[in-house]
Design a protein around this ligand. Structure first.
Ligand SMILES: *[C@@H]1O[C@H](CO)[C@@H](O)[C@H](O)[C@H]1NC(C)=O
Ligand SMILES: *[C@@H]1O[C@H](CO)[C@@H](O)[C@H](O)[C@H]1NC(C)=O
Length: 439
């Protein structure tokens, strides 16, 4: 497969589609023509600058009350940078089909997330609108233990959802309920928090509000994102009939962030472990290069570098869309910790273990129920700071036609027999290979 990669030059279609005049080797007669060209270029530059300055960050909600709440939220989080998101006609054409036909349960966990709540105020109204508004979308937020202004901002977010007539549950506990993450309880607590955000789905409140069970769960971490990223994940999930579709989150170390969760279809880690160890912890006595993704999965690597979706064994990576039926009867999947960490003396699974991430285990549990069409969507690149988002963002990326024809994933029906585990997130020790379903 020969994929013409779209380099950074093709990332964004320029609003000034004209080549600028070159000033080399001009004949003597040229000045009047040159002046006209220069003037033309100047006008185009000014128009371009105006276009950039005047393009709204995001579509503004149509209701005045919602707009006022949005402005209040922006004022109160003004000391945190938001990323600028733009919407082209290409976006609207691509995502307009998402409005109808599916009910979406949007779940969010937040913990001391003041810096990202501005993004939620900016981008989620557009996401909800594109997915059909309050008729189709139920929003559930669960926050526990924040010592910053997250609870106050969530109070405002609750009002925004009311103004937008979006059915929702916003639970904000604040600092009074600090989670006990000591003694290996971190995954237990995180899984519990995810399940609490899912409660309106588990207990039927979402179905009652939407007039039927949701079709999809869209679960978001505390990420910096543009609506186009989240919509791209939903779009790929529907278009390719996925059971789980994931965004891709980026690390300050210039590589994929949640590597504890991400496994390719060969069961391998995204990066070779010795190279990661050298990159992060190795001696500085030799030149270092950023580890390459998927070095031992060549076909996957080609797709990844072309920003095409690809099948994986497991993912989560900032935002994930999962078939809601996995969580509903009779399947009743729940976020959980590993059951494969035995207490030496009692010979039974430990009550609290951080052996595996609850987000890795959700992909494992999907495979167990035969839901193996799991894929990541590299075009939906998100991050945990505004600067990192800007560095990796691909929300304006349009695949070249010769690349886009390869967008379809050739699904494999079976998981790898063995998977590389990184028990307890000890990424610096050699991978331990074991049966994919042992956890
Ligand atoms: C919320 O905080 C309380 C108090 O620290 C803790 O007991 C509980 O486990 C936390 N719950 C979640 C889901 O984080
Ligand atoms: C788990 O907790 C229960 C109740 O506190 C206790 O009886 C049991 O021994 C614990 N199991 C392990 C493996 O520690």
């Amino acid at each position: 497969m020969n994929l013409g990669l779209s380099g950074s030059g093709a990332r964004r279609r320029s609003s000034l589609g004209l080549p600028l005049p070159m000033s080399l080797g001009l004949p003597a007669r040229a000045p009047p023509r040159l002046a006209r060209l220069a003037l033309g270029a100047l006008v185009l530059l000014v128009l371009g600058a105006l276009y950039i300055l005047l393009t709204p960050y995001a579509p503004v909600p149509s209701r005045a009350s919602a707009r006022a709440l949005q402005r209040t939220a922006f004022r109160r989080t003004a000391h945190h940078r938001r990323v600028r998101c733009t919407y082209s006609d290409a976006h609207w054409r691509r995502y307009r089909g998402l409005k109808a036909g599916r009910r979406v349960f949007l779940a969010v966990n937040l913990f001391e997330s003041e810096a990202v709540v501005g993004m939620f105020f900016q981008e989620l109204p557009g996401v909800i609108e594109a997915l059909g508004g309050g008729e189709n979308v139920y929003v559930s937020v669960y926050e526990n233990g924040s010592g910053d202004r997250t609870p106050e901002m969530l109070d405002l977010f609750d009002k925004l959802l009311t103004a937008l007539q979006v059915p929702h549950t916003v639970v904000s506990k604040g600092a009074a309920e600090r989670s006990d993450k000591e003694e290996g309880k971190r995954i237990l607590v995180l899984a519990a928090a995810r399940n609490l955000a899912m409660e309106p789905l588990y207990l039927g409140a979402a179905a009652a509000a939407l007039g039927g069970e949701p079709d999809e769960v869209l679960f978001m971490n505390d990420i910096f994102f543009c609506a186009a990223d989240v919509l791209e994940v939903v779009y790929q999930k529907r278009r390719q009939g996925m059971h789980q579709a994931c965004a891709l989150d980026w690390d300050p170390g210039q590589i994929a962030y949640d590597r504890w969760v991400l496994r390719s279809m060969s069961g391998r880690n995204w990066y070779r472990t010795p190279e990661l160890v050298d990159w992060f912890n190795g001696p500085n006595d030799h030149p270092k290069s950023v580890p390459f993704a998927l070095q031992d999965d060549l076909a996957d690597r080609v797709r990844f570098e072309a920003h095409l979706p690809l099948q994986v064994f497991s993912c989560w990576n900032g935002a994930s869309v999962i078939d809601a039926s996995a969580f509903l009867p009779p399947r009743n999947m729940r976020f959980r910790q590993s059951r494969a960490d035995m207490d030496e003396h009692l010979g039974v699974p430990k009550n609290a273990t951080m052996k595996a991430s609850e987000c890795f285990l959700s992909s494992v549990d999907l495979w167990k129920m035969g839901f193996g069409r799991i894929g990541i969507v590299p075009k939906a690149s998100v991050a945990y700071t505004a600067d990192l988002y800007d560095r990796w963002r691909k929300d304006g990326l349009e695949l070249l036609p010769e690349v886009a024809v390869h967008e379809w994933i050739n699904w494999r029906a079976d998981p790898p027999t063995q998977v590389a585990f990184q028990d307890y997130a000890w990424w610096w020790v050699p991978d331990r290979w074991g049966p994919w379903d042992e956890q």
